[in-house]
Design a protein around this ligand. Structure first.
Ligand SMILES: [Zn+2]
Length: 382
């Protein structure tokens, strides 16, 4: 294996953090600052595994690193426990935006499930309004530092619960006040998108866009259901679409150098063809995928992550963080990982970023402005 040294790449003699980024898959309850969790837990009377910010951050990463999606999801019990009041939702949302901006994100979609934040008497609408107020305060705080960021909420329903219709209506009700899309999250295996068929039909009837977690803990059937029952315009992860791609290497040596030419014949199944040819965006979260075992079927380590194959084959790949606290990553870190692993250069990072900008749940004019902003920022680097 060739070791690629980041500093040696001529194209990367710049600050990855400073690149304008688009974040489409980032959970509000997975992006809290450890110090904030500790303060909020104290106020809420909630007991944490540690009250030291460094140790607590470490605990989240270790728990998330277990290779099991179920254990990974258990870490959310603690973050959700401290996000049950207007004030705490406001603070977490505000800091979330500030942290995104510090990471170079210029457009972010923040997903979270309001139904998990009602334990102390908030209504669904109260919760959405509190988060929206926090997001807007975050945008203002960022603007005061001379930077710009735009954010939207992806209102999420939990797969194991039965509140899909109610949450879909909530999302549509807040479409002019910050809600830009809908999602379902939580345990994927055993809870297919078809369980939310009526909710997705309601959303479609109201021309409200959905992205659906699929192809993470479950395979092609779940992706098919996300596209058919969920009318998903994007796939949350979607990485297991690679199971519908076959690459056959032949042993031919046409160039006569006594080595296999290593030319692979690629065959796409109907589902993979649909996802690629229709440009359904894949919200790939490299580190998270390794932690939850979503890509363990393809081999070990980031080198075996199929995102590079999907990208090379022309799938609409976008790069995301999923849960910055649990994975201990930023979008900058994820970009750096790809540069180190797959030797991506500035053109690749630009393409992945434009993929995300074009897949954003934004009106066309705003999407075009975002694309132009990103292109100009990259052009200035060249
Ligand atoms: Zn997710």
């Amino acid at each position: 294996m060739t070791e690629i040294i980041l500093d040696a790449a001529p194209d990367l003699d710049f600050d990855l953090k400073g690149l304008p980024k688009v974040s489409l898959h980032d959970h509000l309850d997975g992006g809290l600052r450890p110090a904030t969790i500790i303060e909020l837990a104290e106020a809420a009377g909630h007991t944490l595994p540690s009250t030291d910010p460094v140790a607590l951050g470490e605990w989240f990463r270790e728990s998330a690193d277990s290779g099991s999606l179920v254990r990974y999801l258990e870490t959310f019990d603690h973050t959700i426990a401290v996000m049950q009041t207007r004030e705490s939702l406001f603070r977490v949302a505000k800091e979330f935006v500030e942290d995104l901006a510090d990471d170079g994100v210029v457009y972010g979609e923040v997903r979270w499930a309001p139904e998990q934040h009602l334990q102390q008497g908030l209504s669904l609408d109260d919760a959405v309004e509190a988060v929206q107020a926090g997001l807007e305060a975050g945008v203002d705080a960022v603007a005061e530092t001379g930077r710009d960021i735009q954010v939207g909420q992806l209102i999420t329903a939990m797969r194991h619960a039965d509140r899909g219709q109610e949450i879909a209506e909530l999302a549509v009700r807040h479409r002019n006040n910050g809600a830009v899309g809908f999602d379902i999250a939580g345990a994927e295996d055993g809870f297919p998108p078809s369980r939310f068929k009526d909710a997705f039909t309601y959303l479609a009837q109201h021309n409200f866009p959905a992205t659906v977690h699929a192809g993470e803990a479950a395979g092609l059937e779940s992706i098919q259901s996300a596209l058919v029952d969920g009318r998903a315009l994007r796939l949350g992860h979607g990485v297991r679409i690679a199971e519908d791609v076959t690459v056959d290497f032949d042993d031919e040596d046409a160039d006569g150098d006594d080595a296999s030419d290593n030319i692979g014949m690629v065959t796409l199944g109907e589902l993979a063809s649909w996802v690629r040819d229709r440009g359904i965006a894949l919200e790939i979260c490299p580190s998270s995928n390794l932690q939850t075992g979503a890509v363990s079927g393809f081999g070990e380590g980031i080198e075996s992550h199929p995102l590079d194959m999907l990208y090379q084959l022309g799938f609409n790949v976008t790069i995301n963080t999923d849960n910055r606290l649990m994975s201990g990553v930023t979008l900058t870190d994820e970009f750096e990982l790809l540069v180190e692993t797959f030797d991506y250069d500035l053109d690749d990072l630009l393409e992945l970023t434009l993929n995300a900008a074009e897949a954003a749940f934004l009106p066309l004019e705003e999407k075009e402005a975002l694309v132009e902003y990103i292109n100009e920022a990259y052009a200035d680097l060249g």
